[in-house]
Each structure stands twice: as structure tokens, then as C-alpha cells.
Design a protein around this ligand. Structure first.
Ligand SMILES: CC(C)(COP(=O)(O)OP(=O)(O)OC[C@H]1O[C@@H](n2cnc3c(N)ncnc32)[C@H](O)[C@@H]1OP(=O)(O)O)[C@@H](O)C(=O)NCCC(=O)NCCS
Length: 148
């Protein structure tokens, strides 16, 4: 399957937001997604058949990067695209000197946890009730990965 990676900009915002809304139970708002572009962010998107099918939002500060969001359009999940996108993120940030990677993941999100573990992340902490949605709260696992 021929895929490409691009650095998304504001012209891709609507395509990313559409995927965001389809992929997440609690999607970021358009405003929040829109605010995650610019110098302090390190973002990427995956194209298949000339269409964006997923993206990530991260930051990169010196030798540390935090993955803030990653998603694949539900129509394309389970085909290895998420793993390829995460590998791309890890390679691109490593090439810029990253040695340590961080993320938070919902305690219930076993799919994402499996992917992160497969890519070398380890659980290092728990943030109680980190995610708040109305009356519903959920814990977050903090995961960390070191350069091999
Ligand atoms: C998490 C996500 C990015 C994974 O992308 P994907 O393209 O579906 O995943 P892949 O097909 O590349 O699978 C890679 C690995 O993820 C895990 N995985 C994928 N689907 C899974 C499932 N249904 N159940 C359990 N683990 C699963 C497995 O470890 C898999 O490796 P394997 O095929 O060797 O078993 C995608 O499911 C998604 O966008 N989910 C909604 C948004 C989200 O939760 N993002 C993460 C938190 S911000």
C-alpha cells in the first residue's frame, strides 16, 4: 500500500478536524486543533490514495517530545496505518535529536496502549481523573519511551 507523509498546515485543518471528529469519542474542538499549529508543534499526516487518512500532533523541545494526539480515520483503522504513522513520528523526531518521548492515554483505550507498547513506550505513571467530560472522568496512563 503506497503511503506518503506530509507536514499538515492550516489548509489541511478541515480534513484533520473531520477525521478527529470521526475517530475520537471526545474530539478536540476545531479551535483547539487549530491552535496546535505553529513553531512549537511537530505535526504529521499520512496520505493514502492521495487523501489524508490520519495525523498526529506533537511538540518537540530540545531532546523531548510529547505526543498530544494521533488518530486514523475509522474507515482505515486496523490496516497498519497507525503504526506506520507513529513510526514516522518517532523517526522524524529522533532525526532532530529527540531522546525521550512522552504521552498520556485514556485508561480505557486498550488499542492505543497496545500500539504504544509495541513501539517501545512503557507506563510510568497514572493521572487520576485526568480526562473530564461533563460528569464523566477517566484516568490517564503516562507513558514514556527512550531512544534505543
Ligand atoms: C490508536 C490508532 C491510532 C491505531 O491505528 P490503527 O491504524 O487502527 O492501528 P494499526 O492497524 O496500525 O495497529 C497497530 C497496533 O495497534 C494495536 N491495535 C490495533 N487495533 C487494535 C484493536 N482493535 N485491539 C487491540 N489492539 C489493537 C495492535 O498492537 C496493533 O499491532 P498488531 O497488528 O501487530 O496487533 C487508531 O485506532 C485510532 O485512531 N483510534 C482512535 C483515536 C485514538 O484513540 N488515538 C489515540 C489516543 S490520542
Amino acid at each position: 500500500m503506497k503511503i506518503e507523509f506530509i507536514v499538515p498546515d492550516k489548509t489541511h485543518l478541515q480534513a484533520l478536524f473531520d477525521i478527529e471528529c470521526r475517530a475520537h469519542q471526545y474530539p478536540w474542538s476545531h479551535h483547539l486543533l487549530s491552535s496546535n499549529f505553529g513553531n512549537r508543534y511537530f505535526n504529521g499526516a499520512i496520505l493514502y490514495q492521495q487523501q489524508i487518512i490520519g495525523f498526529y500532533i506533537a511538540d518537540l523541545l530540545l531532546d523531548e517530545s510529547t505526543l498530544l494526539n494521533i488518530c486514523i480515520d475509522p474507515a482505515w483503522q486496523g490496516h497498519g496505518f497507525g503504526q506506520q504513522l507513529l513510526e514516522h513520528y518517532l523517526q522524524q523526531t529522533a532525526a532532530r535529536g529527540c531522546m525521550q518521548w512522552w504521552l498520556e492515554v485514556r485508561a480505557s483505550n486498550i488499542t492505543a496502549q497496545n500500539l504504544y507498547q509495541k513501539m517501545g513506550y512503557h507506563e510510568v505513571g497514572l493521572r487520576k481523573n485526568y480526562y473530564q467530560n461533563g460528569n464523566v472522568s477517566e484516568d490517564a496512563f503516562v507513558m514514556q519511551r527512550f531512544q534505543d
